[in-house]
Design a protein around this ligand. Structure first.
Ligand SMILES: Nc1ncnc2c1ncn2[C@@H]1O[C@H](COP(=O)(O)OP(=O)(O)OP(=O)(O)O)[C@@H](O)[C@H]1O
Length: 248
């Protein structure tokens, strides 16, 4: 079956708790208010009527202002959140790099973390052993393989997360602002690897504020505005639409 991903009128409403405003003139009043005033639950619509398709070879940029719903949509696309309305059709194995520290342990060494993260990704021990060398090379961390993870910089941890997540060919890769902590040299390497993956008929969905990266890496763009699709089509047109929204 061909690899593909299709969102049809996807909506997401989630419950969350809101604390009423509390006035306090003294420390004991603060304590009393904190223990007495109960938070109340409200339902909030995060996404509404989101539709788009990605087929073999597509690299889709999700762009939009802060709070537009990009990360929430990625969570729906990975399967972390079920859509509350509409439906999602996914053909292919998904790999998400949404949270750089997911599956990592600061006290374990870099090499041990490759094992931890690889296991969290569902790779077998054999597969992890096979890719460990190239993950260390790609991330430029071979020299610190036996160092504990917490001694690494945010950018080095991002390199490691990206290198592990993309070490094995995946059908669909979902990325959230993954290049934020990378330097220019690593961004070039990461872009080359992504293009490489895409040449193998893979799908990449990338949420980003970096329009230059979106333009260089992606062929399609989906602009989100207040949880809805403001535009879906070619990436150049999507960037133009996003700029228009920001001006407006
Ligand atoms: N767990 C949650 N509970 C309540 N509201 C949430 C939750 N997660 C996200 N939201 C709200 O949903 C909206 C969309 O958030 P989301 O993180 O998806 O936006 P985004 O486009 O990724 O933003 P940014 O560009 O700032 O990262 C925001 O208004 C946010 O406050």
């Amino acid at each position: 079956m061909a690899i593909g991903l299709s969102a049809r009128s996807v909506g997401l409403t989630i419950p969350h708790y809101v604390q009423g405003a509390r006035e306090s003139g003294s420390w004991w009043q603060t304590l009393v208010n904190a223990s007495m005033a109960r938070p109340h639950r409200v339902y909030r619509q995060i996404l509404a009527d989101v539709s788009f398709d990605a087929i073999d070879g597509d690299r889709v940029a999700l762009i939009g202002r802060n709070g537009a719903g990009k990360s929430s949509l990625l969570k729906v696309l990975t399967g972390a959140y079920q859509p509350t309305t509409g439906c999602l059709e996914v053909h292919g194995k998904r790999q998400a790099l949404l949270n750089i520290s997911l599956g990592f342990n600061g006290q374990a060494t870099v090499e041990e973390n490759i094992l931890l993260r690889g296991t969290a990704m569902g790779l077998s021990l054999e597969q992890i052993k096979e890719v460990t060398g190239q993950v260390l090379d790609f991330s430029g961390l071979a020299e610190v393989a036996q160092h504990r993870l917490y001694t690494l910089s945010a950018g080095q941890r991002m390199r490691l997360g990206f290198a592990v997540s993309t070490a094995v060919d995946q059908d669909i890769i979902l990325l959230d602002e993954w290049l934020g902590a990378g330097d220019m040299q690593f961004i070039r390497k990461a872009r080359a690897r992504m293009n490489d993956r895409v040449r193998g008929s893979r799908i990449v969905i990338l949420a980003t504020h970096n329009l230059e990266i979106a333009r260089r890496v992606c062929n399609k763009g989906v602009v989100l505005e207040q949880g809805r699709v403001a535009f879906s089509g070619g990436v150049i047109e999507a960037i133009m639409e996003y700029r228009r929204l920001c001006r407006g």
